[in-house]
Design a protein around this ligand. Sequence first.
Ligand code: SF4
Ligand code: ZN
Length: 326
Amino acid sequence: MKPNKLCASCNKPASVFQSHSGRFLCRDCFIRYVERQIRKTITKYNLIENKDLICIGVSGGKDSLVMLYNLYQRQSRIKNTNKIKVIWIDEGIIGYREESKNNLLSFLSKFKIDVDLIKLSFRENFGMTLDEMVEIIRKENLKLNPCSVCGTIRRRLLNDAAKDNNATKLAIGHNLDDTVQTLILNLLRNDLFKVGSVKPHTSNSNPLFDIRKEFIQRIKPLIRLTDEEISMYCYFMDIPFQSNPCQYSETFPILRRDVQSFINTLSRRSHEIKYNLLKVNYELIEILRSPKKIAKKFGRCKKCNYFTGPKRDICLYCEYKSLFGL
Ligand code: SF4
Ligand code: ZN
């Protein structure tokens, strides 16, 4: 960033450029921006109520630590609220999780965060470490991706632990990047059903069975923050987070990485793309929930009576015609 730029909020020397808003911000205003986004997401979607018992899945990575810090601050301001419970899972990946455990412990003591810590492991709670499973996958040439196996087991253990601890909410550190990648992945896999699950909270009603008894409602307070913003926040706040990538994210090609680099390339050209995808996601959820609403998404062109967008008087086809003098 060029020096001598001033913060758009307070006029002090800026430290960061926010490409999606086109604003320069100083350290303090940037920190306030991030914390406001988290508060706004919680309020807008009513993610947390005072009586909630919150379990947080913490890996030791930047997203989960930022979420824990902010939820802890929020809960500390509320009287007679339940103590937060942190669930930490050791997948059994040699040389990987040790760093994150140390980070988590030093983070808790540095910021004086007092939570109940629930430690789980793939070995004890599932029966085998991920390293052992990968060995079998390799030996037997199974068509399995370690990340898919890892994610499935981790989601299950998190939900079960939250349920066993009487949690009413399970907070997950998914950020904007994770969310829009998942949207594109679900579309590429022709899985419209899953598209409906990517929102700041999972559904707490389902006509087929009483979902509340089966699944603890998952909330995602970081859904409006990018990967980059969360890293920057950690840097400014001096939050130590896991820096070593997991070896399997490198050795096994996964579609998510390709989608990530595709979206990031597009975002460099058009900064609002991630936010547009998030909005598209919400629109899709609405459409998928109520087929009648699809009709409302269309209007009719005043020139040719063809279907057009609801906010358009004439369709794009007619607009091009008149543009080209036809
Ligand atoms: Fe699990 Fe894949 Fe993440 Fe490694 S990169 S911890 S295997 S999901
Ligand atoms: Zn400022």
